[in-house]
Write a protein that binds this ligand. Structure first.
Ligand code: SF4
Ligand code: SF3
Length: 537
């Protein structure tokens, strides 16, 4: 195996024996082969006159399954590979052409898959810079695919996204120059913006606009079900199916923003949020006592303490863990097994008490626009610092908590994604009623932060988005953060700090391109970074 797609990769170089995330060498190899076959499907798909939606949706699901901490189940990957071969086979092909191996290779069975995987992984591209750019595109696509899939679940699909996934994946099999690959990277960012806009529309038209909300972080006296990940449709159906059963529902990790949506607030048994970011699930799932539903990444190696009460669904998978089947056409998922189990469980152990405030997506912030603009004009707010992205296990991520605590009292932190758990429970106060931490929602709601920036640019009549008093101090971990980063670059945002380390998959030359064109920088010491940001650097 060789995998360097996430921030916690071994020695910030690459995982080679077993993933730091717990992914086995075999799982990693099967993921490589799946991606390879998605490229073959793409080569065929991009030639078709009409976008093959079925193939497009499969590509999105396949990419999503390979995101860090989404799926650890070899059998599931073998099934996806078989499905990929079938879908590819059914697509028309011009026999006269000299076809790429990803279009023609075929075999059956785990052994054959694992053998082939050895030669089609990341290191098959020898030139370090080309490999770096190809992988940057593929990782961006994984994030984009995840967001496209969330929108598709809510019946918001756009063939343009599928066409682009095919175009981009097919391009990674060709001898493109560095300049062409940089252009493809930017186009991936552009499509990332489009995808997040579609998902924003899907979420808000289906569940209403997130609104300022105080979320209870304590525990109640009834048994509960804990739901994690990013899938709001699962949230909706779980709330429906638990109503009147005497079982409460709690969010964990990236599901916290579900608390901000009007459509979910009407449920009295929606108790609040339990715990923190994904990497604390080992302890927090243990003390929760009730069943846990993982709707997307991040699942981490499952402990015995809760193995018999954790469930996966959608693209998530873990060997030996019960999986809730997809919803039937025009039907709903069946969560009854989880509900029945919950009734037999003890209530959660209370691990903290109080509330946290969030729900500051673009619509809510725009309702406060007058207040915000006045505060900027009067100097009450000197600067906004966007600290969106992911959280992770490393101690170095204390940096983000320390930055939040060190920033002067006249600054406002804009956040989205699970990065927020480093500072969303600190007492940072407010500025004239505007909380100093404005949480827009999940990582995809970073789109909201971009919309807010563009609106402020308009209000202040600025030509350049970089003239706003906004700094970017982004934390990344997995590939959804890669598409968020590429989206920001496409929107012209310069001077982003990226941490806690720069991606291992960026070669020195690719880093230089990003530095020269976008002034991207690694994080440094807290005091120095805060001082620099306050000077707009
Ligand atoms: Fe290593 Fe991250 Fe890949 Fe897991 S996802 S194998 S930790 S680089
Ligand atoms: Fe977190 Fe996994 Fe990225 Fe959606 S849940 S932000 S890491």
């Amino acid at each position: 195996m060789f995998c360097y797609q996430c921030q916690e990769t071994a020695k910030n170089e690459g995982c080679t024996m077993r993933g730091v995330c717990g992914k086995s060498g075999e799982t990693s190899d099967l993921q490589d082969l799946l991606i390879y076959l998605l490229k073959g499907i793409s080569i065929k798909g991009e030639k078709a006159e009409m976008v093959d939606r079925k193939a497009g949706r499969f590509i999105a699901e396949g990419l999503f399954a390979t995101i860090t901490n989404a799926n650890f189940d070899n059998d599931r990957f073998a099934e996806l590979i078989q499905q990929a071969l079938k879908i590819r086979h059914a697509m028309p092909m011009d026999a006269a052409e000299n076809l790429h191996d990803s279009v023609t290779w075929t075999a059956d069975g785990m052994d054959a898959f694992l053998e082939k995987a050895k030669s089609v992984g990341v290191l098959a591209t020898e030139n370090e810079d080309i490999r770096s750019l190809r992988e940057l595109v593929v990782y961006g696509l994984k994030g984009l695919a995840a967001y496209a899939e969330h929108a598709a679940v809510l019946d918001f699909e756009d063939d343009v996204l599928y066409a682009f996934m095919m175009e981009a994946l097919a391009s990674t099999t060709r001898d493109l120059s560095v300049d062409e690959l940089v252009a493809l990277t930017m186009k991936t960012g552009e499509m990332g913006v489009k995808t997040m806009a579609i998902l924003d529309q899907a979420n808000t038209e289906t569940y209403g606009n997130p609104e300022m909300t105080e979320v209870n972080i304590g525990a109640g006296s009834k048994p509960g079900i804990l739901i994690s990940g990013h899938d709001l449709k699962d949230m909706e159906e779980l709330l429906e199916q638990t109503q009147g059963t005497g079982v409460d529902v709690y969010t964990h990790g990236e599901m916290l923003p579900a608390n901000y949506y009007p459509a979910f607030k009407k449920y009295d048994h929606f108790h609040g949020n339990y715990g923190n970011a994904w990497w604390k699930q080992g302890e927090e799932f243990t003390t929760f006592n009730g069943p846990i539903l993982m709707t997307t990444n991040c699942i981490v190696p499952v402990k015995e303490a809760y193995k018999d009460r954790i469930y996966t669904t959608n693209t998530v998978g873990y060997p030996g863990v019960a999986h809730i089947a997809d919803r039937p056409e025009d039907g709903k998922k069946d969560f009854s097994a989880i509900v029945e189990q919950a009734k037999t469980c003890a209530a959660p152990v209370e691990i903290e008490t109080g509330t946290i405030t969030g729900g500051f997506a673009h619509h809510q912030v725009m309702q406060l626009a007058d207040k915000v603009v006045d505060a900027v004009k009067s100097g009450a707010i000197k600067r906004f610092v966007v600290m969106a992205g992911c959280d992770g296990r490393h101690k170095t991520r204390d940096y983000y908590k320390d930055v939040a605590e060190t920033l002067p009292k006249d600054t406002v932190i804009l956040t989205a994604g699970c990065a927020k758990y480093r500072y969303n429970k600190l007492e940072l106060g407010d500025i004239g009623g505007i909380p100093r931490v404005l949480d827009a929602g999940q990582c995809n709601d970073s789109y909201s932060l971009a919309v807010i920036a563009m609106k402020l640019q308009e209000v202040f009549g600025l030509d350049d988005i970089n003239d706003l008093p906004i700094s970017y101090d982004i934390a990344w971990y997995e590939q959804k953060a890669v598409i968020v980063l590429l989206a920001l670059l496409f929107l012209g945002v310069k001077g982003i700090r990226l941490g806690p380390t720069l991606p291992a998959f960026l070669s020195a030359n690719v880093v230089k391109v990003l530095v020269d064109n976008f002034d991207i920088k690694p994080i440094g010491e807290v005091e120095a970074d805060v001082a620099a940001m306050m000077e707009g650097k």
